[in-house]
Design a protein around this ligand. Structure first.
Ligand code: SF4
Length: 467
């Protein structure tokens, strides 16, 4: 086995450990996690954050744009999406995005440098070519993209047209992520997403012909009727098609929270042990296929910059996913968009009417946020580094916070000792490294450094299990 291939722990042993350590733990896409943000954080706080960000024009930005539209709802969907066939609804949304972008730029200044932009959804390629061009031009006149900016878009192969990849490349997009989930027709029927393989292959070929630097496939495991054999066929086909990156997501069946999931036949869902097997098979097949395992559920070719950054322990993550281009401040546009600006997390209204009405009344559509304390920032850095780079390095906080992790978090690190005894962490001098088994328990490890979990919640979180 070469040095880039991580060993997968014994399956029986791992299953037993996962059962023994099963508890709801956050995914840690942010720290503190969203359920602990402040519902009283409103427009005044956001304006203060924007003004503070406006006083540091040299700081680069990341930009997220949420485009919620889809032609039809998939049964497994957990995204903030809405179905429409009305062009006027989409046009109205773009009008309001324009207003939101203008409001932000009025405060932080026009032409701010952007190192990363991501369009997510929903289905961003639901927009027509004219609407795509209009939205991109709005953003390009508000911001200044650096020459090496990472500009990415989520695409649904079912609605992709041959003209989209070349148009997107001409505009400046260089990365594309496409939803694949599973190639098996029975699984596709069970999730209400019929996507012939030819549509995925066609979009992939068009993206490559257009010159996209990187294409990502999203896969989902734990879907109804997935079996070891059927998912192996999907995984082997994915390896043959050879996307640059692959993200694998665990399906969380929560029909009480996500009503659309009531359409999923729960009797076809794999049992927990089978679901773990599907993920471990994924790790095996993709590693054998030449991909490097990143974080918990991502894979990239070894020469991809994500893989290189992971090996060099400098991988970053924000609400847009793993990246090497994250800027210190992130602004978000569109319903449910989440930003992080001048030490404040901020989230927009999730409902389109609330988001639109606020903008119509010349307000920012903010519904919650969190002003980070110094302690939050220290823990955020430590947890992010753990989840991305599989280590807690004692000197990590010295430059930004003037003290080692040990000095700043003190006795709390004692809570990590049981993980060392279990074989999830090894201590090397003053640093901790996550083992191959420990990779399955990173959220548990992070949660011991999260005092908010021991405080009353502000609202019920929706956590998903590790596998
Ligand atoms: S395309 Fe994506 S966002 Fe739209 S309904 Fe399907 S899963 Fe949800």
């Amino acid at each position: 086995m070469n040095a880039l291939v991580a060993a997968v722990p014994d399956r029986d042993l791992l299953y037993g450990l996962l059962k023994a350590h099963a508890k709801p733990v956050p995914r840690y896409t942010s720290y503190p996690t969203v359920p602990y943000w402040d519902k009283d954080f409103g427009e005044a706080e956001y304006v203060a954050a924007l003004d503070e960000a406006g006083s540091t024009p040299e700081r680069a930005l990341s930009v997220y744009v949420h485009i919620p539209f889809c032609g039809k709802r998939c049964y497994y969907c957990g995204c903030n999406a809405m179905v429409t066939s009305r062009a006027d609804v989409v046009e109205g949304y773009l009008d309001h995005l324009e207003r939101e972008i203008e409001g932000v730029v009025d405060r932080i200044g026009t032409g701010r440098s952007v190192t990363q932009m991501h369009w997510g959804g929903g289905t961003p390629n639901f927009l027509s070519d004219r609407q795509t061009t209009r939205l991109f031009e709005m953003l390009a006149s508000a911001f200044s993209f650096t020459h090496d900016a990472e500009i990415s878009i989520e695409m649904d192969p079912r609605v992709a047209t041959p003209s989209q990849p070349p148009l997107l490349r001409r505009l400046g997009f260089n990365r594309m992520s496409m939803g694949v989930q599973d190639f098996d027709p029975k699984v596709q029927a069970a999730i209400g997403r019929i996507q012939p393989e030819s549509e995925t292959v066609s979009l992939l070929e068009n993206a490559r012909d257009a010159g996209f630097e990187s294409v990502n496939f999203d896969l989902v495991y734990g879907l109804p009727y997935q079996t070891t054999e059927s998912f192996a066929r999907t995984l082997n086909r994915v390896v043959e098609l050879s996307p640059d990156r692959i993200a694998t997501f665990s399906y969380a069946h929560l029909p009480e929270v996500r009503k659309i999931q009531r359409a999923v036949d729960a009797s076809g869902l794999p049992q927990p042990r089978e679901k773990l097997g599907l993920f471990l098979d994924t790790v095996d097949v993709l590693q054998e296929g030449g991909y490097q395992w990143i974080g918990f559920d991502h894979f990239a070719k070894p020469d991809d910059e994500l893989a290189v950054a992971a090996r060099e322990k400098r991988l970053l993550r924000n609400f847009m996913g793993y990246t090497t281009h994250a800027a210190p401040d992130q602004v978000a546009f569109g319903m449910s968009g989440i930003g992080c600006l001048a030490g404040r997390f901020v989230q927009n209204a999730s409902r389109i009417d609330q988001w639109r009405d606020a903008l119509d009344e010349n307000h920012f559509p903010v519904v919650r946020g969190h002003h980070m304390t110094r302690d939050d920032e220290i823990r955020s850095l430590v947890i992010q580094h753990l989840m991305c780079n599989l280590e807690i390095r004692d000197d990590l906080t010295e430059a930004p916070f003037g003290g080692t992790v040990d000095a700043l978090l003190g006795d709390e690190l004692d809570a990590l000792a049981p993980f060392e005894e279990e074989g999830f962490l090894v201590r090397e001098g003053r640093d901790w490294e996550v083992t191959e088994t420990g990779r399955f328990f990173m959220r548990n490890i992070a949660s011991t450094l999260d005092p908010y979990l021991r405080a009353p919640q502000r609202e019920l979180p929706v956590f998903s299990s590790s596998v």
